[in-house]
Design a protein around this ligand. Structure first.
Ligand code: UDP
Length: 253
């Protein structure tokens, strides 16, 4: 990796300078963290799976006209993306109560919500990504009211696309998180879906059995995380059995 200049290293990914201005290379690590990085592990093959799955979802979104940062996959662990200015918000969309919402409201996990609910957390690890109301977002200048309207519209389109995609393979999209970036075409600013969309940032439950196929497997010690992610990929046809990939991912560079 010495051939490229590192721009940023996060918990699960590294960003390197891209081959052209306005591009970056996003490298998916095998590192898993939960509870604001209090729990950490290296899970062999996770990065390979998330690179593929994020490619799959972002390509689908691009194809239905939802703009994303994804340009193309480079290899097993890297993808070329558009450089964006990340809005410091985690945009969370919920269809069923789970995780922090279930806890906060005393709802049983899996309770269907009256409609998709969108909430925002301020991206700040030191503060544990606190939930923030829209008024904070506007008052502190993280995004304008117009940006928020556009973000909500984007998030709902991502939700419909992802829910349908998952429903087609017998999986319920309980909730997910996306991040949004700004790009400029001359003076014109646009908001696009950035970061990643993968089982690291979604809750995915088997519709029949309720089996968890997402990062809760790691958070709650429910079994093998790569097996769960491989199952999602297999159902979506992202890594067909005859691809030579086999059931278990192997470590590559
Ligand atoms: N999420 C995420 N990154 C975060 C926080 C949440 O990807 O830093 C995702 C999480 O995987 C789930 C959704 O956002 O799909 C809602 O998470 P929740 O607020 O319930 O938080 P958690 O239970 O993970 O603390």
């Amino acid at each position: 990796m010495a051939r490229r200049k590192k721009v940023y290293e996060g918990k699960a990914k590294i960003l390197y300078e891209g081959p052209e201005p306005g591009t970056l290379v996003q490298y998916f690590k095998d590192d898993a963290t939960a509870f604001n990085a209090e729990k950490k592990a290296t899970i062999e093959g996770k990065g390979v799976l998330n690179n593929r799955l994020s490619e799959f979802f972002m390509t689908g979104l691009n194809n239905i006209g939802v703009p994303t940062h994804f340009i193309r996959r480079i290899n097993m662990r890297e993808q070329l993306i558009r450089a964006v200015e990340i809005i410091p918000l985690e945009v969370i969309v919920r269809n069923f109560a789970a995780g922090s919402m279930a806890k906060r409201l005393g709802l049983e996990e899996g309770t269907q919500l009256p409609r998709p609910i969108i909430e925002f957390s301020y991206k700040n690890d030191d503060l544990g990504d606190p939930l923030v109301p829209e008024e904070y977002i506007i008052a502190f200048g993280w995004a304008s009211q117009q940006d928020l309207d556009d973000i909500v519209a984007l998030a709902l389109r991502v939700n419909d696309f992802m829910s349908g995609m998952m429903m087609g393979v017998g999986i319920r999209l309980v909730d997910f998180k996306i991040e949004i970036g700004r790009v400029w075409d001359g003076d014109f600013m646009r908001l696009i879906v950035a970061d990643e969309i993968s089982p690291d940032s979604c809750r995915l439950w088997d519709i029949e059995t309720g089996q968890k196929l997402d990062k809760d497997v790691f958070r709650r010690d429910l079994g093998n995380l790569t097996d769960a992610y491989t199952e999602v990929a297999r159902r979506l046809g992202v890594m067909p059995a005859n691809s030579g990939f086999g059931g278990k991912p192997t470590l590559v560079n």
